[in-house]
Design a protein around this ligand. Structure first.
Ligand code: 2AM
Ligand code: CA
Ligand code: CA
Ligand code: CA
Length: 263
């Protein structure tokens, strides 16, 4: 795979998609629900996914596409080249705030992330990485993450996961909130990974993410040394929905052993 040619191709594709999304703000958006009343999808999510898929199929026939809205391929294994796409990550923010959402894209070859992109559409900020060449925030090269402690960390976690639930050791999670310097919740897994990669937060925790939520961010955050696993400490799942924690390498272990524990 010629990664640098693909990198230029993808950047221009993402910018064009971003332009389409910004233009959609002046039209009527159709909102539907998916798994529950708060799980939203719009016609723009679908149109943008279809836009990517048409282009990728035309220009990279033979590659497969794993997209959230289901217009791509039925992905059961990671052989060959797989593009993992979330056309709008943070749809609730897209609908309610018209900001704080991103296009997320990762290109994987035989299960290894080669290229990663997170595009903050409204701010025109692109986070990206080519495997082995470091990660970038626009033209700025991101620095390797420096060691920190739980007490000095900012941890991104959605308040819903702190309400008692079937999966998480509730008291340990509350102790995390009481111990860290601060918590945040941005409502876009991709942006949260971009903020981890750029050192603005130190960890991001979610009970339920899908491959397209994390695929692009995993390449970017991986380039600066972030560690990403499920709550059992296993490699992040690129085929199925799972729990997910991404963290500065100096706090990943203690997060899992002492704070984010499955019941
Ligand atoms: P989405 O906006 O693309 O659906 C919200 O906290 C984050 O979790 C977003 O990145 C959102 O992605 C993701 N997410 C994953 N599964 C979800 C679900 N069932 N309902 C809402 N958000 C979900
Ligand atoms: Ca969604
Ligand atoms: Ca998503
Ligand atoms: Ca989405």
């Amino acid at each position: 795979m010629e990664l640098h040619a693909m990198d230029l191709y993808i950047k221009s594709l993402i910018k064009e998609a971003g332009h389409r999304i910004r233009n959609s703000f002046i039209s009527d958006i159709t909102i539907e629900t998916k798994s529950d009343a708060n799980d939203l999808v719009t016609n723009i999510d679908k149109e943008i996914e279809q836009f990517f898929i048409e282009r990728i199929r035309r220009d990279y026939p033979g590659h497969r596409i794993f997209g959230e809205e289901g217009f791509g391929d039925d992905i059961q294994h990671l052989e060959g080249v797989v593009w993992m796409l979330d056309p709008i990550d943070g749809t609730m923010n897209f609908v309610h705030q018209k900001r704080n959402f991103a296009i997320s894209l990762g290109v994987y070859e035989k299960g290894t992330g080669q290229l990663g992109y997170i595009y903050d559409v409204v701010n025109d900020d692109l986070y990206y990485a080519v495997r082995g060449e470091g990660a970038y925030y626009n033209d700025e090269k991101l620095k390797p993450l420096i060691d920190t402690s739980i007490a000095e960390s900012i941890v991104a976690i959605n308040a819903s996961w702190l309400a008692p639930n079937r999966y998480l050791d509730h008291e340990a999670a509350i102790r995390l909130v009481q111990t860290v310097r601060g918590t945040r919740s941005y409502g876009s897994a991709a942006l949260e990974l971009a903020f981890l990669a750029s050192g603005r937060i130190d960890a991001y925790v979610s009970m339920r993410l899908s491959p397209w939520d994390i695929a692009g961010g995993a390449v970017i955050a991986g380039e600066v040394g972030a560690v990403m696993t499920n709550f059992k400490g296993e490699a992040a799942n690129l085929l199925k929905q799972d729990t997910f924690i991404a963290a500065n390498p100096s706090i990943h272990n203690i997060m899992l052993s002492d704070y984010i524990r499955l019941k």
